[in-house]
Design a protein around this ligand. Structure first.
Ligand code: ZN
Ligand code: ZN
Ligand code: ZN
Length: 743
């Protein structure tokens, strides 16, 4: 007879772990108990030696799908002669933060019920269980228990309550448990169709090429037939979203392969329980309307992740555009009155349901990179609020406020950091509200009481102003590109030092100029600038971001070009040239993103953009994969990447009629080679590649490949985006490391 006590750490609460332990112990005829406490799961089992050994082995091997065990620490204790196995209530103060897990795609068991005519949940769009369903988006507070979710107003019927109470049931303590008797109901608006009638009405409308807003897990989608050009073009026109690609939802991986080229690994990501949008190269004959993703070489595809999606896709029978239900840059609609008002001008019908969404989350986005791990471009539904470790624990609770575009925030306590959902561009009032509400929510969920509040050095970012307005805390400023470097080091569990090539659109530099093509040497505490892109003027400031032809003028003048300048007309080109020469409202910048914009404009690809980075995306899309040439892009003795000869070569090639694909390929190769050369001159083994420009997989693969060929170890962001979505976590890692250093 042997008895052990074991502590299990990791994501083990709210994921069906206790019932799993109960079933396993019962099967092996072991006595004892299991309970949740503030550190995870505590259990004791007693029985035959071999049964106890078997229990410990199978505990890890057969854990429920949503559990992530980080450590099991068993110790022998005296046998108690106990009989039977029990799930015990948590001690007071237990069941804290750790219970809130991300929203999870519908599991196989629930899907089987959804399509089984003999099941009581047949065609019920809100079927879920302990292994799947909404989580983070419905949580109003902690502890994670039904009364503190948006399911509070739905009283469990006797059959659902019995499932909820039965440790042997798949729905034991599944907080969103529901059935047609007691749970949420669909409704089609305008009109009086509920339940299955509502669903059938929406399906019919979609088939008639109409636009239907669909209330989902983290907000509303706008849906229409992906193959119908009239429907997609109408959606684009009504949404005022001129060029940004729409994602397409397909029924399964096989249907995805009819649209995009997917490796096995990418197909697995698509079908993962976090169910992201996967950006992959579109097939030439993909049957989608041209307006779905104009001028994009990639197409974003995703699989159904809620039962409602599964029903819609099964009945419509073909791929659907599923794009977030917002107008241009507003946050995704999620509150019903608000959503109905805002969507009225876009959608013909709204497929509504009465389960409230507490926290909006967008779909997360991954981009496949050949031969490397995929890039996470947007981290939101399915990933949030999973925690990340901090390599240097925070001695005091931290709030990091991030940047401004693609903003996220991060709270940290000890060695754990929680990065919030993607919030978006903080410049609009609604987005700023979502940012502040999100911070409050996370502080409550994870019991973080910030004593240190971290912000970007940019004085005008609204996130900086928010940080500086918090009272009774220590404010810490972290340079933007240092935060990028630190984020990548920290997610890999490292503290540096390393060389970082941090390429992005814009970041406030320590010298007051606009940085964005930076070679930094640093660790989590501090950094030095070891090199950068050749500085040029940003003619007209923000206008140069929206109008890449201005950057083309700036670079050509810097390079000594004597031919005609680009621009809508010679008069405006001359005005911009005057700005460049005088420096009036034209700060100096080393932005790599703006260099890509300039080259895109020179190639004739795009003079104006409707979203940040658009010109660079289209420049990458144009790359001719068979081109082997490369422009000259020397690195000076001071570590400056002198792109002037490359820009002149681009202009000459374009003037001589060279195809944009060849020019783009030669330019990408030049930047990759120059980066590898500049980094190699700095004598450290580990290299970090990050910043929004490295969402460009052609550049990323070429630069990383060149560095690895020179024997360097290359770290790339994997769990957070390389863009500004990762900045808040980097800020938190820096603040924690500085706090430790000052002890
Ligand atoms: Zn399930
Ligand atoms: Zn029920
Ligand atoms: Zn940045």
């Amino acid at each position: 007879m042997r008895r052990i006590r074991a502590r299990v750490e990791g994501t083990v609460q709210g994921v069906g772990f206790r019932p799993f332990v109960y079933r396993l112990a019962s099967e092996l005829d072991l006595a004892g108990f299991v309970l949740n406490d503030e550190r995870g799961v505590l259990l004791e089992v007693e029985g035959r030696e071999s049964a106890v050994d078997g229990f410990l082995r199978r505990l890890g091997e057969e854990a429920p799908p949503l559990a992530a065990i980080e450590a099991v620490r068993p110790q022998d204790v005296a046998p108690a002669g106990e009989r039977g196995f029990r799930i015990l209530a948590s001690p007071r103060g237990g069941e804290p933060a750790a219970l809130v897990s991300p929203d999870t795609a519908t599991c196989e068991d629930c899907l089987a019920e959804l399509f089984d005519p003999s099941d009581r949940r047949y065609r019920y769009p809100f079927v879920n269980c302990t292994n799947c369903g909404p989580r983070f988006t419905i949580v109003r507070g902690v502890p994670y228990d039904r009364p503190l979710t948006t399911m509070a107003e739905f009283e469990l019927c006797p059959r659902c309550a019995a499932e909820y109470e039965d440790p042997a049931d798949r729905r034991f303590h599944a907080q969103p448990n529901a059935c047609p008797e007691c749970g949420p109901t669909l409704r089609l608006l305008p009109g009086d169709d509920y339940g299955d009638e509502a669903l059938r009405g929406a399906v019919a409308a979609l088939r008639e090429e109409r636009i239907v807003a669909v209330k989902g897990i983290g907000g509303y989608h706008l849906a229409c037939l992906a193959a119908s050009e009239p429907a997609v073009a109408a959606l684009r026109a009504r949404k005022h979203r001129e060029d940004r690609p729409f994602a397409v939802m397909v029924r399964n991986a096989a249907a995805a392969r009819a649209l995009v080229a997917l490796t096995g690994e990418e197909a697995a990501l698509l079908a993962g329980r976090d169910s992201p949008i996967v950006l992959a190269p579109r097939l030439a004959d993909a049957p989608v309307a041209p307006s779905v993703a104009p001028r994009s070489a990639d197409l974003g595809v995703l699989l159904p992740y809620s039962p409602l999606h599964h029903l819609l896709l099964a009945e419509v029978g073909e791929p659907l555009v599923m794009t977030s239900g917002n107008v241009a840059d507003e946050p995704i609609a999620h509150e019903d009155a608000d959503a109905l008002e805002r969507l009225a001008g876009i959608a013909d019908l709204v497929l509504f349901h009465d389960r409230p969404i507490h926290t909006r989350t967008d779909d997360s986005v991954l981009r496949a990179v050949p031969g490397r791990r995929p890039l996470l471009m947007r981290r939101s539904r399915g990933f949030v609020p999973d925690s990340l470790a901090l390599p240097v624990p925070a001695r005091r609770d931290v709030l990091a406020c991030g940047a401004e575009l693609k903003s996220t925030f991060c709270v940290a306590k000890g060695a754990r950091a929680w990065v919030g959902h993607h919030i978006g561009d903080l410049k609009t009032f609604e987005v700023l509200q979502a940012f502040e509400a999100g911070i409050e929510h996370f502080e409550r969920l994870f019991a973080v009481v910030p004593e240190v509040v971290v912000h970007d050095e940019h004085p005008d970012y609204l996130s900086t102003r928010y940080a500086l307005a918090r009272e009774g805390v220590e404010a810490v400023a972290v340079q933007h590109h240092h935060a990028h470097l630190a984020a990548c080091l920290a997610e890999h569990g490292e503290t540096g030092p390393a060389v970082g090539a941090i390429y992005d659109g814009t970041g406030y530099g320590s010298d007051g100029t606009v940085w964005g093509g930076e070679l930094l040497v640093g660790d989590l505490v501090d950094f030095e600038r070891a090199g950068h892109l050749w500085p040029v003027r940003l003619p007209g400031g923000d206008r140069a971001v929206r109008q890449p032809w201005r950057m083309a003028c700036a670079w050509l003048l810097e390079a000594g070009w004597e031919g005609p300048l680009p621009g809508p007309d010679p008069r405006r080109s001359e005005q911009v040239a005057e700005l460049v020469r005088s420096g009036l409202s034209s700060p100096l910048t080393t932005s790599m993103g703006r260099l890509f914009d300039a080259v895109a404009a020179l190639c004739g690809l795009r003079d104006e953009v409707t979203y940040e980075g658009q010109a660079a995306v289209e420049l990458e899309a144009a790359v001719d994969p068979w081109e082997r040439g490369r422009y000259e892009l020397p690195v000076t003795a001071a570590g400056v990447l002198d792109a002037r000869p490359a820009v002149l070569a681009v202009a000459r090639d374009v003037a001589a009629g060279a195809p944009p694909g060849a020019v783009s390929a030669r330019f990408h190769a030049a930047v990759a080679a120059a980066t590898a050369e500049a980094v190699s001159r700095i004598g450290l083994g580990t290299v970090v590649l990050s910043g929004g420009v490295f969402q460009n997989r052609t550049l990323l693969a070429a630069t990383a490949g060149a560095l690895e060929a020179r024997g360097r170890r290359v770290l790339v962001p994997e769990r957070l985006p390389p863009n500004d979505g990762g900045v808040s976590y980097g800020q938190a890692a820096v603040a924690a490391a500085r706090g430790e250093e000052r002890r």
